[in-house]
Write a protein that binds this ligand. Sequence first.
Ligand SMILES: [Zn+2]
Length: 495
Amino acid sequence: MHRRLIAPGALVAASLLLAIPASAASHSPGAPGIGDPYYPYYGNGGYDVSHYDLRLQYQPKTDELQGTATILARTTQDLSSFDLDFLLDVSEVRVNGAKAAFATAGQHELVVTPKTPLAKGTAVTVVVRYSGVPSAKSAYGFTTWHRTPDGAVAADEPEAAWWWFPSNDHPRDKATYDVSVAVPDGTQAISNGTLQSSVSKLGWTRYNWRQNKPQATYLTTLALGRFDITTGTSDGGVPVVNAYSKDLGDNDGAARASVERTGEIVDWLSGYFGPYPFGSAGGYVPNTTTGYALETQTRVYYSPKQFAGGSNTSVVVHELAHQWYGDDVSLEDWKDIWINEGFARYAQWLWSEHEGEGTTRELADYVYASHPAGDAFWTVAPGDPGADNQFDIAVYDRGALAIQALRDEIGDDAFFAVLKGWPKEHAYGNASVADFRKYAERVSGKPLAALFDTWLFQPSKPAAGTGRSLARAAAPAVRPKSWKRIEATNAVHGH
Ligand SMILES: [Zn+2]
């Protein structure tokens, strides 16, 4: 995934809001951010969402979206007001049935003031009625609502929800979803999870999707357009639903030849990561012009550009690996991105070995040898890369190299036990890089602080002789066959 920069200056002024003393229960506003060091205003403080019910209607011709979001949450502090992250035009907000006051603030805050303050530990139902043209809205100068010739797509990282539903927009607050969307007959609406039903009436078709496992807001996706939908079941029993724009042109065959292998790849990954964590799998390929792919939960987003050079199962492996590493177990803060991207990249290395196009060892040696010590590649520390470098190529390649170093250090038995045990250890939850290190130490019985520091946190090339994997690092850089395909996953991100 790619990333754009948020001007740090904008954050300083807004942080003064946090300094207002909450001296009385009558004045105890929820914080405008959940506390992420990279993105201080992403997510919000004071409550925890358990479920989003989104009932929407979309007109592709005009990009007009209207909807009602019903949000079930529980307060984690006394709240005189609280924020949602949202950009569309709100007409009404109700809190526990009563009309609430609301106002916009900052870049993407909707501040809701209930008629009476909410006590800590209260169950809250928030209803937000809204409408708008998502493509006309921007925050920090960008939009992540991508229009297509026949509709639109919401799929981006680390933010995508602001353009289509109000939320507590941070992976730390995962929730279940019902997404119900009415579109003109002939248009399809694709979202996460399982299609419960689709009903046509008076020229409109309503698609009802359900995600019954916890899901991060950025992994919640919506695609509207003319799609061909395929269904099946993997040998391992995982239902698969894929969707292809009817206008993929020359990329249609290569897209299908890649994404139709989802069931096979899910089963193959289960051998390394344990049982598939969700009730369905799949992907969709809309006719977008954006270049990346994204691990949207159970229904991966693929740009058609990922298949412009022919079929590409490597990107399918990457995004499906995220279903365990990123979606099932989500990062605690955005600085923990290595747990997502390092392991999704390493899964591509395992697939390369499986396909006979280069072993993980050869790929690790190639990454190490092909970047000289002075290369900027080594200045990005995958364990805490900074918001600017969150999706830098080093997070992926250096990140996977660190995983090979871990494997060399603890041996295959412990390594594969860690790989499979981690998703179970934190199923449907959140965890940090520090949590991962402690887990690997527990499973392997080896202290790993120095190894993690060298490979993940130092802004420099680990010296030859540091760790067993580097005993071989003097080997010349031989490019494995799979290399171009693996890197193509990132090349279209604009790094
Ligand atoms: Zn990824």
